[in-house]
Design a protein around this ligand. Structure first.
Ligand code: SF4
Ligand code: SF4
Length: 197
């Protein structure tokens, strides 16, 4: 993916960002990175990322918040944990990727029309609403928010899947949705409290 190179001054960086990551579960060792590059060498997807894992970790700790949160890298990470296993400083790179994804969704700064963050956000929203993922709604929503063209292309396949009973049309809901929402809200609150510690 093409990289836009711009000069960045220290005053443009977010000094709090590294502190926020280090204060989260999984992000504790961020500042211990020695930039050895083993994570990038191990990562099966670094070739496709706009910033390699090594570079992303460095940018995160230097406060390049905007670039880090809007990068494709965090969404291309497949959570294979190879980098985390090999890191000589026990930096939980995969967990940091998750922290960054969550923050990017919260701040709405993920790459526009890129399917993975849209899918992650809609998946969470659907669980919150119904307690289950409604595949037809999820896929329709995903295509409408990312590519109309692909939506039109996939309509035939979708209809066939519905006809053969592989995609359900009716929403599936669990009992006790209110309790589930309370649990999810409590977890969110807990995470927010940990973030401001
Ligand atoms: S392997 Fe660990 S120490 Fe080395 S660059 Fe990656 S995160 Fe930093
Ligand atoms: S967990 Fe993500 S960043 Fe780490 S090696 Fe796997 S794909 Fe790459």
């Amino acid at each position: 993916m093409p990289l836009k190179q711009t000069i960045k001054y220290e005053s443009d960086c977010d000094k709090e960002f590294a502190g926020w990551i280090s204060g989260q579960t999984g992000g504790e060792n961020l500042r211990h990175c020695i930039q050895c590059g083993i994570c990038s060498a191990t990562c099966p997807l670094s070739l496709y990322m706009d910033y390699t894992p090594r570079r992303l970790i460095n940018m995160a700790r230097e406060g390049f918040k905007k670039e880090v949160l809007s990068s494709f890298t965090i969404w291309l990470c497949s959570s294979c944990y190879a980098c985390r296993e090999e890191c000589p400083k026990s930096i939980k790179v995969t967990d940091i990727m998750y922290l960054l994804k969550r923050r990017a969704i919260e701040e709405g700064v993920y790459p526009r029309r890129f399917p993975i963050p849209v899918l992650a956000r809609e998946f969470g929203r659907m669980i919150f609403m119904f307690g289950r993922v409604q595949e037809t709604l999820l896929v329709t929503d995903l295509f409408l928010r990312t590519s109309w063209f692909r939506f039109l292309n996939m309509t035939g396949l979708g209809l066939n899947l519905m006809r053969t009973g592989r995609l359900s049309v009716l929403p599936d809901r669990i009992k006790g949705r209110r309790q589930l929402r309370q649990v999810m809200a409590a977890l969110d609150l807990q995470e927010s409290k940990e973030a401001v510690k």
